[in-house]
Design a protein around this ligand. Structure first.
Ligand code: FMN
Length: 218
């Protein structure tokens, strides 16, 4: 746990004495071990995980694949009118050097911002119609969206675009997990209100998709 303290940088801000804690992620390498074709072939939903913490390098690549910045005001996943409505949350349970808790990914800084403390994997699994296997994943990525960023420009049709974008980000992450030899599965069945409560989501955001990730035997 000593490592943990070095990775959690106390920063100014946060109300009522709540320090904002941030986790700096290593820069994602520009190359990987698998070709795109190999990752596409090997991607398979996994619901059985073997014990083993994820590393900071792995979660860095995963969140970067979902929403990493690749050029000024551009990200790994396409976005209608570059409005970027998605927010990526990590429910970390077994990540080396990262305290169990909820974190929000800050794409521009490639950093995690702590939102809540404690291991929420099992309550999250309960909120996902009690799919117990989700509680066994080392972490669960939750893709949430702030619809107004897109609907302010495209009106009602923007809602459709936001759902499409969640699919783009999820698929990027699933392929990255395959490329890293990790197991990951998209999950759509959960109680929105309960997940929003657990993750302390602002009223303006709605959870859209889970991606539990963990080690698997191959
Ligand atoms: C929109 C969507 C929602 C899904 N929700 C769940 C879910 O709640 N629980 C689950 O175990 N799998 C879920 N899945 C995964 C599918 O069951 C899985 O992709 C499908 O069986 C095909 O298997 P494959 O992913 O290994 O190719 C979901 C997939 C999609 C695309």
């Amino acid at each position: 746990m000593a490592v943990l303290m070095t990775n959690l940088a106390e920063a100014a801000g946060g109300g009522a004495g709540a320090a904002r804690r941030e986790v700096n992620l290593p820069a994602p390498p520009a190359t990987g071990m698998l070709s795109l074709e190999e990752a596409l072939t090997q991607r398979r939903s996994a619901r059985e995980f073997t014990p083993g913490a994820l590393t900071l390098a792995e979660i860095s690549r995963l969140v970067w694949a979902a929403q990493g910045v690749t050029a000024p005001e551009r990200r790994t996943a396409p976005s209608a009118g570059a409005t970027y409505p998605l927010e990526i949350y990590l429910v970390a349970g077994d990540v080396a050097g990262v305290a169990a808790g909820v974190y929000r990914y800050l794409p521009r800084q490639h950093r995690l911002e702590a939102v809540a403390e404690g291991d929420l994997r099992v309550p999250l699994a309960a909120a996902a119609v009690d799919q117990k296997w989700i509680g066994q994943a080392a972490m669960v990525v939750v893709i949430a969206a702030l619809f107004e960023r897109t609907t302010v420009r495209y009106g009602k049709r923007g809602e459709r675009y936001v759902h499409m974008e969640a699919g783009h980000a999820a698929q990027n992450m699933l392929l990255q997990a395959a490329a890293l030899g990790l197991g990951a599965t998209p999950v759509g069945a959960f109680n929105d209100a309960e997940v929003s409560r657990l993750l302390h989501l602002p009223d303006s955001e709605l959870p859209l998709y889970f991606i539990p990730v963990g080690r698997v035997s191959r």
